[in-house]
Design a protein. Structure first.
Length: 514
């Protein structure tokens, strides 16, 4: 009975929180609906009103004289980063969820955003990351430790279907959502990696029991802050004590993970902000604007392409009939029409009866300007990721592929920087996985403490470089490093996308068959 009472209370608290969020968002929603329903008037300039000859006259003012950063930016105040906020961008989970929703809508439904996201994921992941565990010292016991660590890493990667498939999923979602969240859970079969949705990482309704447990375990003397689902020292959002996850939003299904069982990789925010921000946040408006422009260009061109001919030299209807008689169709104009139209072999025939007719801009000399504006908007969007023009606009006429992907090019450096961030995050994750295996007793027979294991083993993760490679030259350099003892066989193999163990097995099979 007590459990049912607590469950009812938690549901009531959750319902009250949801009602409060909805009540705060309702005025904004009403304002957006009203703004979208009002007729829009486009003005090229603003103006102020002054009196001239007894009447009000509007004096044109240049747009850039009245609109500047100061007109829409907010002052930077000390509370912008308080409690893990990222003011003025977001100050609550509701605002952050809105930005994620916009980014996800673009990533799933806008062709430009889909193309951008696909290019980023393909270049960052490419053929996948390679993982290796090496020993820092040479001895039989250390070799035994290294081999056991390799088996643990291989078991983890295989069980979670990590390589290539899960890697692409994690990179893609982190770009869209602005953060990568993975929870580690130990069981009899090893370690399971659970991909946590950002909406599941949320502030608990009643964190008192959890906070008491943390105080007992860590002997805390200071209060904690639970905003955004990340338990931190109050006043210092970079001092993390754990993560609260409510699975699928169910108040009865939740988990709390200490930092040693959880990985969070944030994008586009400083370290003292609790949650990450989507890559699409600063360019979402421009992507939508370019898509709308392209849609209207296509609609306008389609309408004008359906017009077969325009007759404007007649001052009245032909005697005994109308223009429909040309196509043999029924009359649509009536007795005294202002114009007549018909379908003539899938093309519209318009008779203006002597009135002047001016075609729209899509059929005139201005048509090329729309294309140039569209390309400019997409190039400006690509600047967000140092992305070359052909990857976002589809026009490769102004690009040289070799120079775009050469070492040191902006896009190449941007991809390599992103790869290094994921490599660092995955390395941290694998060390936490090995620690779980260590606690399960997998390294007991090696006879080393955990601090010794961290010193005796080295984790190596490599990604496929996006730069155009001269493999012959690269091979000569690698062989020189190998002969000088700087590079190991395993690193050499991974540099050329080869699995050393698999190659050794293949070689042994060939020798046995021979």
């Amino acid at each position: 009975m007590q459990e049912e009472s607590q469950s009812w209370v938690s549901r009531e608290q959750e319902l009250r929180a949801e009602i409060e969020v909805r009540s705060r968002l309702q005025p904004l929603r009403d304002h957006l609906v009203e703004a979208a329903s009002r007729p829009q008037q486009v003005r090229e300039s603003l103006g102020d009103v002054r009196l001239a000859h007894g009447r009000a006259v509007q004096r044109p003012i240049d747009f850039y004289e009245s609109v500047s950063l100061e007109s829409w930016a907010t002052p930077d105040v000390a509370t912008n980063r308080k409690d893990g906020h990222y003011g003025p961008v977001f100050r609550s989970e509701a605002e952050l969820a809105l930005f994620r929703g916009i980014a996800r809508a673009l990533a799933d439904g806008d062709e430009t955003a889909v193309g951008v996201l696909g290019n980023l994921v393909h270049y960052v992941v490419h053929t996948g990351f390679t993982y290796a565990v090496n020993a820092t010292e040479k001895s039989a016991s250390v070799d035994l430790l290294r081999d056991e660590a390799r088996r643990c890493v291989e078991e983890f990667l295989a069980r979670n279907e990590w390589e290539l498939g899960f890697e692409e999923e994690l990179v893609k979602d982190s770009i869209v959502d602005g953060e990568l969240l993975i929870a580690l859970e130990a069981d009899a079969d090893g370690v399971r990696a659970r991909h946590v949705e950002p909406a599941w990482l949320t502030q608990p309704l009643d964190p008192r029991l959890l906070e008491e447990e943390l105080r007992r375990r860590h002997r805390l003397s200071h209060p904690l802050d639970w905003r955004y689902g990340v338990a931190t020292r109050q006043g210092d959002a970079s001092d993390v004590y754990g993560y609260f996850v409510r699975w699928n939003g169910d108040a009865e299904q939740w988990s709390f993970y200490p930092p040693s069982r959880f990985l969070q990789l944030k994008r586009n925010v400083p370290r003292h902000v609790k949650r990450g921000l989507s890559d699409f946040y600063p360019v979402s408006g421009r992507i939508v604007g370019a898509t709308e422009l392209l849609s209207r260009m296509g609609t306008g061109a389609g309408i004008q392409a359906s017009i077969a001919l325009i007759i404007k030299n007649a001052s009245s209807l032909p005697s005994g009939g109308s223009i429909e008689s040309l196509a043999g169709g029924p009359s649509l104009a009536g007795d005294n029409p202002t114009f007549a139209a018909s379908n003539w072999r899938n093309g519209e025939v318009i008779d203006t009866f002597g009135r002047e007719f001016q075609a729209g801009p899509m059929a005139g000399a201005q048509a090329g300007n729309f294309v140039q504006i569209l390309q400019a908007m997409r190039r400006a969007t690509g600047v967000r990721w140092s992305m070359p023009e052909h990857m976002i606009s589809g026009d490769a006429s102004n690009n040289n592929y070799a120079s775009i992907l050469e070492a040191g090019a902006p896009f190449t450096r941007a991809i390599e920087s992103a790869q290094q961030k994921y490599i660092t995050a995955f390395e941290t994750l694998l060390w936490r996985v090995l620690r779980i295996y260590f606690e399960q007793g997998r390294f007991r027979r090696c006879g080393f403490a955990w601090r010794q294991i961290r010193r005796l083993l080295a984790m190596t993760i490599e990604a496929t470089s996006p730069a155009v490679r001269d493999k012959e030259k690269e091979l000569r350099v690698a062989q020189s490093l190998r002969e000088s003892g700087v590079m190991s066989r395993r690193t050499l193999a991974s540099r050329f996308d080869l699995d050393l163990d698999e190659e050794r097995r293949n070689e042994a099979n060939e020798e046995s068959q021979h």
